[in-house]
Design a protein around this ligand. Structure first.
Ligand code: SF4
Length: 440
């Protein structure tokens, strides 16, 4: 049975030396109990304690990290089956596949274009995380170099021929790439190859018994950084296997406690559905066959939403935001600091071309109605935001527009801000431009 944080703490040296990168032994013990840290991070644990801590020390799903000069992609360390039980920690990396047969020049140009792709979502820049290079013929080492010339992001090298992969990996010295894929026929050579290049290794298989057997063999040969690619006939079967792997891993079945790799392919949008399924259930690395902004954007947003801590809403900084160069006669619109609420309002007003001051109140990251119901967005708080900002000195006409959903606050707000004209705006952000044109 897993130990509690306090039980683990009693087995630690209790010197608070911080070498594990946590401020105290207790903080480290809590992380161990939550399976978000590894016991090896503390160099002072006694052999006796190590034995007792063996079960509690390792996360049920091993953390696998791909590194390059352009960043890193982490997968694993998850502790729950459903996000609402706690949260998911490491967003699955989204990779785009290129084939060596495309030729070095074409690869470099395409990779550079994809590398530059960036979209904004509620104030966050989203982009792909890396590339997979498939050895399907041609000069593989040249293809890997061409990819590296077009991007600095982490790579997954895909192939079966150990000598060919070896040549490609030689171009990635000093990095921690991933190699795909080992199976029953080549696992020994692939393991040695991955160890030689400090790479992680993907094991492929179509049933859990074979995969579990292979992971144990690879670990016995000295490689721990393993991921799993489940080969299933169809999306339903893949979902079933992915769920079984996650369930078993969370029950501390170590042989399957590794991140999953999913290859999303298919025509007619099937690849999009496959990738969405993999992001939700339970891939750590998702490889897409093609790049298209209309494919990437919804997947990146889906991933962002699933991997946001449900207990910590995405927030923007409270304060005054200027939209379309407001002047002294422009109205002051009020909203909360929940990101999606802020961007809904800001985008509608910005798109209309009408100038406005947007007063964002600190409502602990909640949307308007939720914050009002929780007592975090009331007349007193709004008045405090107005008085705490310098907005009164910026406007000639003191007009404050409340969201229509909290029209009930207008009377109280008039009492709090007697020198301001309080107006009730529309309920939905989409109706703001028309309201501003007609009523202000
Ligand atoms: S390294 Fe070990 S002894 Fe030092 S603070 Fe961390 S847990 Fe405590």
């Amino acid at each position: 049975m897993a130990l509690t944080g306090i039980q683990i703490y009693k087995l630690l040296p209790q010197t608070n030396c911080k070498e594990c990168s946590y401020p105290t032994c207790l903080a480290f013990a809590m992380k161990l109990a939550a399976k978000q840290a590894e016991l090896s991070a503390c160099p002072y644990v006694t052999e006796e304690a190590k034995k007792q801590l063996a079960e509690s020390s390792a996360p049920p799903i091993r953390l696998v990290t791909l590194k390059s000069a352009g960043g890193e992609v982490k997968a694993g360390n998850e502790t729950v089956l459903f996000r609402h039980e706690k949260t998911f920690y490491n967003k699955p990396g989204l990779f785009i596949k290129v084939k060596a047969s495309e030729g070095a020049a074409a690869i470099q140009a395409r990779v550079a274009e994809i590398d530059a792709f960036k979209v904004g979502y509620v104030g966050i820049d989203l982009s792909v995380d890396g590339f997979a290079v498939e050895a399907d013929g041609g000069d593989f080492a040249a293809a890997v170099k061409a990819v590296r010339a077009g991007t600095k992001r982490p790579l997954i090298l895909v192939g079966k021929d150990v000598a060919v992969l070896d040549a490609g990996l030689a171009a990635l010295a000093g990095e921690a790439p991933m190699v795909h894929g080992a199976d029953a026929s080549n696992w020994e050579a692939m393991t040695d190859l991955a160890k030689k290049h400090a790479a992680s290794l993907v094991i492929t298989g179509d049933n859990l018994e074979t995969i579990a057997d292979l992971t144990e063999k690879v670990k016995a040969r000295g490689l721990e950084d393993i991921a799993i690619d489940l080969k299933a006939a169809g999306m339903g079967a893949h979902l079933g296997l992915s769920t079984q792997v996650r369930r078993l891993a969370l029950k501390n079945f170590r042989s399957l406690g590794h991140p999953l790799v999913a290859f999303a392919s298919g025509s007619g949008g099937r690849d999009a559905v496959y990738a969405a399924h993999a992001i939700a259930k339970y891939a750590g690395f998702v490889v897409l066959d093609r790049f298209a902004p209309e494919l990437l954007y919804p997947l990146l947003v889906l991933r962002q939403n699933i991997y946001t801590d449900p207990q910590k809403p995405i927030q923007v900084q409270p304060g005054i935001y200027e939209i379309n160069h407001p002047k002294a006669e422009s109205p002051v619109l009020v909203t909360t600091n929940f990101s999606i609420t802020y961007f809904s309002v800001a985008n509608e007003v910005e798109g209309s071309g009408l100038p406005a001051w947007l007063l964002v109140c600190d409502a602990e990251g909640m949307s308007v109605l939720t914050a009002w119901a929780a007592g975090k967005f009331d007349a007193e708080r709004i008045a405090k935001s107005v008085k705490g900002s310098d907005i009164a000195g910026k406007v000639a006409k003191k007009r404050l527009v409340l969201p229509g959903h909290v029209a009930v606050l207008s009377g109280e707000l008039e009492a709090e801000l007697p020198d301001w004209e309080i107006r009730v705006g529309p309920r939905e952000a989409v109706d703001l431009p028309a309201f501003m044109k007609q009523a202000l």
